[in-house]
Design a protein around this ligand. Structure first.
Ligand SMILES: Cc1cc2nc3c(=O)[nH]c(=O)nc-3n(C[C@H](O)[C@H](O)[C@H](O)COP(=O)(O)OP(=O)(O)OC[C@H]3O[C@@H](n4cnc5c(N)ncnc54)[C@H](O)[C@@H]3O)c2cc1C
Length: 496
């Protein structure tokens, strides 16, 4: 096995890795994929994802091309605003507090639509994400928040389709095969990888190596070291195998650390979810309908603006705010008015839900500060501006005179029975990583390209800081994965 030579070795078997492998095969390269996890855990975080893809598009023709089986009736009954390069860039810049690397971001956005079309050509099927990203208004489905399409079958659908395409393209995949070290020559050029597999340790030589092995979200020591004390206690939403190996291997040979090393994507996640993701439950431990709730901590106090923006632009940073609360715990409180707007994840069997007919009884059952809680809700109810409620737009139905405010979708909590959902912090992925250029070539600490080394996906730093626009993780992996595969196969050609 160790004697066999490849043009390109890809480390990891998630979305970024498989896009790299397929693009490298398009370029005529022979490709080996090394995956640390056993086969049932294939697909990394990508398999856990909801399969939502953010991409820039000019008009409905692009949507019709990506979803060719839409009927005329369906076309009639949807309202979708174009999501231009400028809008995507504005959203990305705003949520990252204007820290996003302009070059990397522009490439991400420019390549988002062509990459999605390329993935479609590899057999991926897309559908409208109407269930999660649209509300019915006057009989029409109105989409909001720049997120329109998802992969058929979600994360598993994505991984199954990419694996099928990889198999058709003769990409070799080795499971339970952990990359442990990058091999370099005396000039620092990467010439292969050391591997630990079921049959022991060995080296694989290749002129191009693509790192696509995820961030360090599943490594409690690195979380504590880089994200800060307490983060070792966060629940991990996805794979237990993303432990920062690729980042460490790259730094060991002089790659440049880049991006927001103390930042991560984290969300409200069921309080009693397991320590790592559960493949049978997938993303459903998340609780993303908080814009229609009031969120309190154990002291019965509010601590965030539930309606600051559409869910897509706040959910990834609110996990961090929950981490700062006593016992890293929060409660989303709903009354009967908004139950019909709740996402499917509130209806799963494994949910930490409490119901009561009065606010006092609810607080007692939750074992939170009863007096404070009742006072918080009463003050909240009394502070709401008389504006029409509309979940499809930022309706400006806000509170006045309380802190923090609720800036949109504020409705009184006054129609029992009340429902509370207990949540804690679930980490999705880390923002810090290694630096690449817009060909996905890895840059060293002297700002030069490391010959033979390419990187894509979560382990690339510099795009996401503080927060993240929903659906952009898969886009980042796919766009830079494809670019890495193109550059890696071109490099192998030059070397052969
Ligand atoms: C619950 C959940 C829901 C999400 N929903 C969405 C969504 O709807 N839309 C969206 O855009 N994003 C979503 N995301 C984020 C998205 O999943 C990630 O940003 C993206 O999948 C990362 O892709 P990747 O290829 O970089 O990493 P991964 O898919 O995690 O792949 C990395 C792979 O590398 C392997 N690996 C690690 N170390 C080694 C090693 N040493 N050797 C070999 N292999 C190694 C891992 O086992 C893993 O299989 C979600 C994430 C989660 C957890």
């Amino acid at each position: 096995m160790n004697e066999k030579k490849y043009d390109v070795v890809v480390i990891g078997c998630g979305n970024a890795a498989l896009c790299s492998a397929l693009a490298a095969r398009d370029g005529g390269a022979s490709v080996l994929v090394l995956e640390k996890a056993p086969e049932p855990w294939r697909g990394g975080n990508s398999a856990f994802s909801g399969g939502l893809f953010r991409f820039a598009f000019q008009g409905m023709e692009d949507i019709y091309e990506l979803v060719p089986d839409l009927s005329d009736e369906e076309k009639e009954n949807i309202e979708i605003e174009p999501y231009t390069h400028e809008k995507f860039f504005d959203d990305l810049a705003r949520v990252t507090e204007y820290q996003t690397d302009g070059d990397l971001a522009s490439t991400l956005i420019d390549q988002s639509l062509p990459t999605l079309k390329w993935m479609q050509s590899k057999g991926l099927r897309l559908v409208l994400a109407g269930g999660r990203q649209a509300f019915k208004v006057d009989g029409k489905l109105r989409f909001w928040g720049g997120l329109i399409l998802e992969i058929v079958g979600g994360g598993w659908g994505l991984i199954d389709a990419l694996l099928e395409a990889a198999s058709n393209a003769d990409v070799e995949i080795r499971y339970e095969s952990k990359a442990t070290k990058l091999i370099t020559d005396s000039k620092g050029t990467v010439i292969g990888v050391s591997v630990r597999g079921p049959e022991g340790s060995y080296d694989v030589h290749a002129p191009s190596v693509v790192l696509a092995s995820g961030g360090f979200e599943a490594n409690s020591e690195m979380r504590c070291r880089y994200l800060g004390p307490g983060w070792e206690l966060a629940k991990v939403r996805g794979t237990p195998y993303n432990t920062g190996d690729g980042i460490k291997m790259a730094l060991d040979i002089g790659a440049q650390p880049y991006g927001h090393w103390s930042g991560c994507h984290s969300v409200a996640w069921d309080l009693n979810a397991p320590a790592f993701g559960d493949l049978t439950v997938g993303e459903s431990f998340q609780k993303h309908s908080y814009p229609f709730a009031v969120v309190v901590n154990i002291n019965g106090e509010r601590f965030l603006d539930e309606g600051a923006d559409f869910r897509n632009y706040t959910y990834a940073k609110y996990g961090g705010l929950i981490m700062e609360q006593p016992q890293r715990t929060a409660y989303q409180i709903f009354d009967q008015k908004t139950l019909h707007l709740m996402r499917d994840e509130y209806r799963i069997r494994d949910v930490t839900k409490t119901e009561a007919d009065t606010l006092e009884e609810l607080a007692e059952k939750l074992e939170i500060n009863v007096e404070n809680f009742v006072k918080t809700i009463k003050e909240f109810n009394a502070s709401i501006e008389p504006v029409k409620f509309d979940p499809t737009v930022k309706d400006g139905k806000s509170t006045k005179g309380i802190s923090p405010p609720k800036s949109n979708w504020a409705q009184p909590i006054d129609e029992p029975p009340y429902e509370a959902y207990s949540v804690t912090t679930g980490i999705t992925f880390t923002f810090g990583g290694i630096r690449v250029n817009n060909k996905a070539e890895v840059i060293n600490t002297e700002n030069n390209v490391i010959p033979g080394l390419f990187a894509a996906g979560e382990l690339v730093g510099g795009v996401y800081y503080f927060n993240y626009p929903g659906g952009a993780g898969l886009t980042l992996g796919a766009v830079y994965g494809r670019l890495a595969g193109i550059a890696a196969s071109a490099n192998a050609k030059v070397k052969s």
